[in-house]
Design a protein around this ligand. Structure first.
Ligand code: F6P
Length: 324
């Protein structure tokens, strides 16, 4: 294998640049020709491909976002789109791919590999930490720290006014950001999609907590079955009608996706990037390079996509115990 291309796809995450840098430089270190594809699968279809040098990835290890841009491609979901993408890769003589992204990215990579057989290794790039086959995903740690910084600030004002705040964090269908923010931010309650929490439970807990606390923080993970933070707040509020307490909602949103990556995300991105290229050279394919128990592990795309990564149950218990 002489020519490898790297791309980022799906939602960007802090540390993707560190990963791109590692892929490019590991390839050059092994005397490969390295290429980048802009805008993920959309760029692959358009042939938005260029040769990378070592200096092409200078001064990016510390930057959030992705220098290769990203997209959620609709065209790549079609057979025609993938055919065009294959033709473009052939034109450039690309013999291996490194796909940095989440489960949508790997679903596309798996189908493409099965159709055209171009060896592909993935790197787990998403703030959600919802990928099976790695303890952490690139960007998760930064996202949690960004959210925590905001939660700390909200707590100051919540305490000053004796308010109950519902803070919505990202994570689509996953409560990883929610639970780690709940523990780290000292939240009174955490609502995540993995566990069912009824409005009655929330009301009961908040009323109980009022005996010892004047203000409360409830973290709501995006995708919770009870609704978004505003909907939950409205439902809860109805049970506090004669109470002078004020209820507020803050949705942290895309602030969690940006910013300089933490040391952990820079390191994880760098390790996975190197493992992806060296994996390709050793014959790994149709799989993701992740880190489990501090060891690089290759997990098939099939498992990454289809197997669930459950929340750590002791984390849920820990949060509950510490919120009394
Ligand atoms: O997958 C990462 C993520 O940030 C999710 O947490 C969130 O639900 C989604 O992407 C938002 O996507 P978009 O930026 O396309 O609105």
């Amino acid at each position: 294998m002489k020519k490898i291309a790297v791309f980022t796809s799906g939602g960007d995450s802090p540390g993707m640049n560190a990963c791109i840098r590692s892929v490019v430089r590991t390839g050059i270190y092994h005397r490969l020709e390295m290429y980048s594809i802009m805008y993920g699968y959309d760029g692959m279809i358009r042939g938005d491909i260029k040769k990378m040098q070592s200096h092409s990835v200078s001064n990016i290890v510390q930057r959030g976002g992705t220098i290769l841009k990203s997209a959620r491609s609709q065209d790549f979901r079609t057979k025609e789109g993938r055919q065009k993408a294959y033709e473009q890769l052939q034109k450039f003589g690309i013999e291996g791919l490194v796909a940095i992204g989440g489960d949508g990215t790997f679903t596309g990579a798996k189908v493409f590999f099965e159709e055209y057989g171009i060896p592909t290794v993935g790197c787990p790039g998403t703030i959600d930490n919802d990928i099976y086959g790695t303890d952490y995903t690139i960007g998760f740690d930064t996202a949690v720290n960004t959210a925590l910084e905001a939660i700390d600030k909200i707590r100051d004002t919540a305490a000053a006014h004796d308010r109950i705040f519902f803070i919505e964090v990202m994570g689509r269908d996953s409560g990883y950001i929610g639970i780690e923010c709940g523990i780290g931010g000292g939240a009174e309650m955490v609502m995540v999609p993995e566990t069912k929490t009824s409005i009655e439970d929330v009301v009961r807990s908040l009323k109980g907590l009022r005996k010892s606390k004047t203000s409360s923080i409830v973290i709501v993970a995006e995708g919770d079955e009870a609704g978004d933070a505003s909907q939950i707040m409205e439902k809860v509020k109805r049970h506090f009608q004669n109470d002078e307490k004020e209820f507020k909602v803050t949705t942290l949103g895309h602030i969690q996706r940006g910013g300089n990556p933490t040391a952990m995300d820079r390191l994880l991105g760098s390790r996975c990037g190197m493992a992806a290229v060296e994996g390709l050279l050793q014959g790994e394919s149709n799989c993701m390079a992740g880190v489990i128990n501090d060891m690089v592990v290759y997990t098939s795309f099939e498992d990454c996509i289809s197997k669930e990564k459950p929340l750590k149950s002791d984390y849920l218990k820990l949060q509950e115990m510490l919120s009394i």
